[in-house]
Design a protein around this ligand. Sequence first.
Ligand SMILES: Cc1cc2nc3c(=O)[nH]c(=O)nc-3n(C[C@H](O)[C@H](O)[C@H](O)COP(=O)(O)OP(=O)(O)OC[C@H]3O[C@@H](n4cnc5c(N)ncnc54)[C@H](O)[C@@H]3O)c2cc1C
Length: 421
Amino acid sequence: MGSTAAAREALDVGIIGSGTAGSAAALLLARSGHRVTLYERVPEPEPIGAGIVLQPSGLYVLARLGLAEEIIQRGAPIHRLLCQTARGRTVVDLSYASVSESFYGLGMHRGVLFQSLHAALKREPGVSLRCGVDVEALASEGPLQSVVEAGTGVRHGPHSLIIVADGARSRLRESSALATSVRTYPWGALWFVGVDPEHRFRDELYQVVDGTQRLFGLLPTGLGPEGNTQQVSLFWSIRCDQVDAWRREGLEPWKQQLLRYVPRADALLAQLEQPEQVLFSQYMDVVMRPWHTSNVVYLGDAAHAMSPQLGQGCNLALMDALVLAECISEEDSLPEALAAYDGRRRAHLGYYQFATRWLTPFFQSDYTPLGWLRDVFMGPACRLPWVGRQMVLSMCGISLGPFSPPLPVGSDTPPLLAAGA
Ligand SMILES: Cc1cc2nc3c(=O)[nH]c(=O)nc-3n(C[C@H](O)[C@H](O)[C@H](O)COP(=O)(O)OP(=O)(O)OC[C@H]3O[C@@H](n4cnc5c(N)ncnc54)[C@H](O)[C@@H]3O)c2cc1C
């Protein structure tokens, strides 16, 4: 590692997008002494979104940011992933404790993560948050880069480093010269977050699969951004070209179908009165190589969006931010820091992209025989100790592949607090 690190000179960093990746990177870099301007398209960002699972990898980064405690208090501990067929056959049954007693997932509302990160940004003197700036392009000014605002053409900056973290549908990625492949899956998910005052859904992420075309997920989501009532998120797999037909059909037949799969979801489903309450997200798969030029780097979904089958998006975005901040502190120059970042993230992200692409068709696709194979072989495979351990490590967000040691976050996973446990 270098002795006269790039970070010794304070960088003037411009970050595009104040989602998970951009906000975490802003906090970490500002705390290392860099000047950070964070550009966010939305004029008044709000805590929106569905339930997500923070894994040991993401919790590790949040602990490094000093935010884990407040987030754990609002989340719902998840100790197990249980997936069964409609007939009750177990397809996946993975318990975090089988790898480490200190591991768990945290089901939570994406908005709560947003609230925590944004509150920390507002407290951070080295960060200037510029909301309502829709960035459409970057413009080189010698060795520096300015950001160009859409509509007005106004230039902001210039900055010595640009971090692009504008999400899966990144506009800046489209105009980048970096080699990129973007694929949209024909599948996506309908989702709804409701209240669960009786706390019927706790401790586990529960899924029911029926072939490869029907998947119903229920995720304990903890206390939402506003209230103090436990929430639960519902996910339903659907082909993108069937969403309009689903809306036209009305909610009743669908609710009856879900009730047959999980009768205890009745109180949750009773909260659904209009199809508009249910939102739709399409999945994308983004590959970039490399993720950087000499002074621009892509983080989070902008760099590597993937299907949420393994539930890793926010966790990978947080890890990106941490590794980038470390590389900038450790290397001699900015180009070396960005090259080191690319090298350090390649194995981790490559594994999750591979595993997600491989796994998704077994759960969401038109290939019915994959569902038969899954139902017959996956349950027994989970029970084989070595295979089960690899699956849990993958779920935890710390695997680098079955034949490499996992990322060493174990002893740093923040303990569950009494309020959240
Ligand atoms: C159905 C579904 C379920 C999921 N479940 C999970 C899960 O269980 N666990 C998990 O970890 N992840 C999950 N994810 C993925 C997760 O939501 C994303 O991976 C994560 O939010 C990525 O963070 P990001 O910062 O890269 O992008 P985002 O959070 O999308 O943030 C991008 C930001 O950039 C801003 N922006 C965009 N364009 C511009 C512009 N031109 N100028 C300025 N600002 C701009 C946006 O307004 C936004 O604030 C799921 C995703 C889906 C669709």
